[in-house]
Ligand binder design. Structure first.
Ligand code: F6P
Length: 357
């Protein structure tokens, strides 16, 4: 059996752990298996850049961050656009056939899954694997990379905490997640943030300021705000993405964070600072939990190949590893539900979500 494997979209810790888990399963359980590493995500499949891998290629990578295969972003919207008499999807189909593949493993996030569903509909044998620090893939409780990013983002909040306390400042830590707030919610709670702002709960600036002042009046001169990259002020919630970007552009802002920091300073007089850990959250070694999870996910993808259960993507539900049909989950987003128990618990211990509840 010839199996191609690619990693697509933004990287994350644990991609290599998944690749290794899959390879070890495949070499041990699939007769005459050959694994082909495709370079730089869908880009490599489009351009026919790949190489036959050997068992040794998968050794010593369990705890190594990034991806040994390389990755790139290939926007889904452009997959079916004709360029020089051919679309990217057609090129990928041609190269899959030319390579003589029996299956293709696509490790990626939401965009990767949309393209994978398209390839599956075109007759390619696809097994998807849910990767992203954002944890927003529909149909799985968790994605690999998420727990490692939670650890890193929590460590950032911890470090900000001590300096905020020394200076009596309000510090805003902008956590990755341009659409969903899973990472901000978990890292915010784990880091003991006083205010947690998620894209799913548009915030009211006055409410945030009130919380900062209440803390100051209660003798806590500092406040920690964990704010998602995609957090929205209530007044922005009704705007289309383009309109929002235009409005923010007028003040030179891309996210809501800097504007909120300025407003807090103006309205409360409290000194504010913004910290953006950015891609640090995607770099470095996967956590122990992510390594274990990813080994399981990779091995299960091997099992799906062996059983020829294609057009699927691996999922984790409770303590079970399972799979979904790729067409059932592609294009859907797993938002943080407003009644999520973590939100309810945080509210009960006095965390504000900036909505006045
Ligand atoms: O999807 C993962 C993610 O890290 C998001 O949280 C973030 O908004 C985006 O990727 C950043 O993308 P890039 O690496 O292309 O800057």
């Amino acid at each position: 059996m010839k199996i191609g494997i690619l990693t697509s979209g933004g990287d994350c810790p644990a991609l290599n752990a998944v690749i290794r888990g899959f390879a070890k399963y495949a070499y041990n359980n699939i007769a005459d298996v050959e694994i082909y590493g495709i370079a730089d995500g869908y880009g490599g499949l489009i351009n026919g850049e790949y190489k036959k891998m050997e068992p040794d290629d998968f050794s010593g990578i369990l705890n190594v961050g990034g991806t040994i295969l390389g990755t790139s972003r290939q926007p889904f919207k452009k997959m079916t656009v004709e360029e020089n008499n051919s679309t990217k999807i057609e090129k990928m189909k041609r190269n899959y056939k030319k390579m003589g593949l029996d299956a293709l493993l696509t490790l990626g996030g939401a965009g990767t899954h949309k393209s994978a569903a398209l390839l599956s509909a075109e007759g390619l044998n696809i097994v998807g694997l849910p990767k992203t620090i954002d944890n927003d893939i529909f149909g799985t409780d968790v994605t690999f990379g998420f727990y490692s990013a939670v650890d890193v983002a929590t460590e950032c909040i911890d470090r900000v905490h001590t300096t905020a306390a020394s200076h009596g400042r309000t510090m805003l830590v902008e956590i990755m997640g341009n659409k969903v707030g899973w990472l901000t919610l978990y890292a915010g709670v784990a880091g003991g943030a006083d205010i947690i702002l998620l894209p799913e709960i548009p915030f009211d600036t006055a409410t945030v300021c009130r919380k900062v002042l209440e803390r100051a009046e209660a003798g806590k001169a500092f406040s920690i705000i964990a704010i998602a990259e995609g957090a929205l002020e209530k007044s922005e919630a009704g705007l289309k993405k383009k309109e929002r970007a235009q409005k923010r552009g007028e003040t030179g802002d891309v996210t809501a964070t800097n504007r909120l920091a300025r407003e807090i300073n103006k309205r409360t007089g409290v000194d504010t600072r913004v910290v953006v850990p950015g891609h640090i959250q995607r770099g470095g070694s996967p956590s122990a939990l992510d390594r274990a999870l990813s080994t399981e996910v990779g091995a299960y993808a091997g099992f799906l190949c062996k059983e020829r259960l294609f057009g699927t993507t691996v999922a984790i539900r409770g303590d079970k590893i399972t799979h979904n049909k790729i067409e059932d989950i592609a294009g859907r987003t797993k938002w943080v539900p407003l009644d999520h128990p973590m939100i309810a618990s945080a509210r009960r211990i006095g965390v504000s979500f900036g909505d006045g509840l």
